[in-house]
Design a protein around this ligand. Sequence first.
Ligand code: NAD
Ligand code: DAU
Length: 355
Amino acid sequence: MKKILITGGAGFIGSHVVREFVNKYPDYTIINLDALTYAGNLENLRDIEDKPNYIFIKADITDAKQIRSIFQEYQPDGVIHLAAESHVDRSITDPTAFVMTNVIGTVNLLNAAKEIWSDATGSAQGFAGKRFHHVSTDEVYGTLGETGLFTETTSYDPHSPYSASKASSDHFVRAYYDTYGLPVVITNCSNNYGPNHFPEKLIPLCIHNILNNKPLPIYGNGKYTRDWLYVIDHARAIDLVFHKGKDGEAYNVGGFNEWQNIDLVKELCKQMDEKLDRPAGTAAKLITFVKDRPGHDLRYAIDATKINQELGYEPSVTFEEGLSITIDWYLTNQEWLDNVTSGDYQQYYEKQYQG
Ligand code: NAD
Ligand code: DAU
């Protein structure tokens, strides 16, 4: 019986990873550790919360003492670490929160894993069969020009406080491998989309605003490019790397699926008009160009050759299929949207887009 501790399991990607592991591995115990910040929502996991192999613990990874005692009590064999502050715009407003969770929180988890996995003499013998999987982002590589792709050997060059904090955490994870021999793997994934995506990020924000006839804010000229992957395909990649990746290695994850923001939003508008039975062009009238994001990275694009060739990974859905499933999910889960867009979030959103 393996015990896997998943951090950030109540968030967008984490909830899909938790579901994948709980359903696919009934002989594992899956421990979901999450602080339930504004981005964490146990509603995301209602369908699996009563499964016998699932445990939820509310805890904050910035609290080293609390984390150490959870590791002592549950003795996990593996860690899949997703807990993070994840929104670039929020990192511009409050960088320190990103340092605390993404850097200090990661180091706290590394220390706890190192401590409980070392054997009685404190040596690395106890690391056999253990794994610390750090979930990271393509944003650590900085920005691309019009051409080229990020590979696993591209130099780190983060520009936002968010990507700087993720880059820093990646460096700590590697340092624990090099220095202590902690068995780590890292995945660097491109932009995810899908059900349960918090509506401060581009795709769910636009779906929410189309439903409510609100402007669709496009930063700058809209020609910024992102490489989009369906969230369940990210969860599948994490499963693959967690079980079959090599210690000390990083794997880029992506779907070779680049879109300029403006084209993506127009495609979304088209599909939303069709699904809502509104005249073609209705949603696109809401497109509004707004002030650019400071330090906005021009283009991200992942070269996913390594994970494909070494581990046989391929995405399971096309972008058209994934986007259609995603829109349908939001249309049938408007209560989820209403719940997460009330209260504090509404105030943040209004402040963000004032003027
Ligand atoms: P999210 O913001 O939706 O969820 C983050 C989760 O972490 C939430 O459940 C939140 O409650 C929890 N959390 C935050 N601070 C915490 C703390 N101090 N202690 C414990 N839990 C805490 O994020 P996401 O989009 O699901 O991203 C998950 C991970 O994947 C992050 O590490 C992110 O950097 C990485 N990633 C995201 C994307 C993307 O497109 N969203 C792409 C590549 C990598
Ligand atoms: O690349 C992976 C990263 O993708 C993850 O590491 C981050 O956690 C995740 O948030 C995401 O970062 P982005 O900044 O790329 O995602 P976001 O949805 O915020 O923005 C996508 C693009 O759309 C980006 O070019 C900024 C632009 N944008 C975003 C918002 C919210 C707009 O034009 N208008 C908007 O209102």
